[in-house]
Ligand binder design. Structure first.
Ligand code: DGI
Ligand code: FE
Ligand code: FE
Length: 195
């Protein structure tokens, strides 16, 4: 794996200044949340740093790279190319940043949609991406921001509900994994249901 400072410089040159700032916000937030739940800080830092590593590549290039690396695009990804960067990002983290830790790679891979039975690291990256301080606030965000440090599952649940609402408003196709993530939490009895 590359040295952390090398990774920072590499990611800085791969991202727009705006997305680099977002990324640093995700790193800072992931470290803070990881400390609360006794999660490995190094894993959280690397997953956060790399989570959007290909997000600024044009969609056409992302699709081409997926072909090259034999990453299959599912129906929802084909309809909404915004979803490709997380799967492709995990592959690039492995190839270009030499990350081998499958927990880090999965946290990158599922950071946009979530998934059923998310690991603690998945949850931390998903949430940090959602609440990092550079994101402009919207209704419900402050609630997720405070829950993140006290009730991790409840925070993930609220963020998933808000994401689903947002995707429906935008009339974009919802990825089935997002619903699976929500249902898993509902069934786990770890959260208070919305009603
Ligand atoms: O990469 P970021 O902008 O930091 O954040 P992200 O990885 O959560 O990506 C956000 C984009 O992905 C935004 O356009 C909404 C979209 N998105 C998130 N969840 C879903 C989704 N789009 C679809 N179609 N389905 C989802 O479940
Ligand atoms: Fe992303
Ligand atoms: Fe992000």
């Amino acid at each position: 794996m590359l040295d952390y400072n090398n990774m920072v410089e590499k990611i800085r040159s791969a991202l727009s200044p705006r997305r680099f700032i977002h990324t640093l916000g995700v790193v800072e937030t992931a470290v803070k949340i990881a400390k609360v739940y006794y999660i490995d800080i190094e894993q959280a830092k690397i997953a956060a740093l790399l989570h959007d590593c290909v997000k600024d590549y044009p969609h056409s290039l992302q699709i081409q790279l997926c072909k090259e690396f034999h990453i299959p695009l599912d129906e929802t990804m084909k309809k909404n190319p915004e979803l490709i960067h997380s799967f492709l990002g995990a592959e690039i983290a492995k190839r270009e940043y030499e990350v081998e830790d499958s927990y880090i790679l999965d946290a990158i891979r599922y950071h946009t949609t979530g998934r059923a039975n998310m690991t603690l690291l998945d949850k931390i990256i998903f949430l940090s991406d959602y609440i990092e301080p550079n994101r402009t606030s919207f209704i419900g965000l402050e609630n997720v921001r405070s829950l993140a440090y006290t009730h991790l599952d409840q925070a993930v649940y609220q963020a998933l509900l808000l994401t689903i609402e947002y995707i429906k408003e935008q009339k974009k196709p919802l990825h089935p994994r997002t619903l699976e993530a929500l249902q898993y939490l509902e069934n786990s009895k770890m959260i208070k249901n919305k009603d």
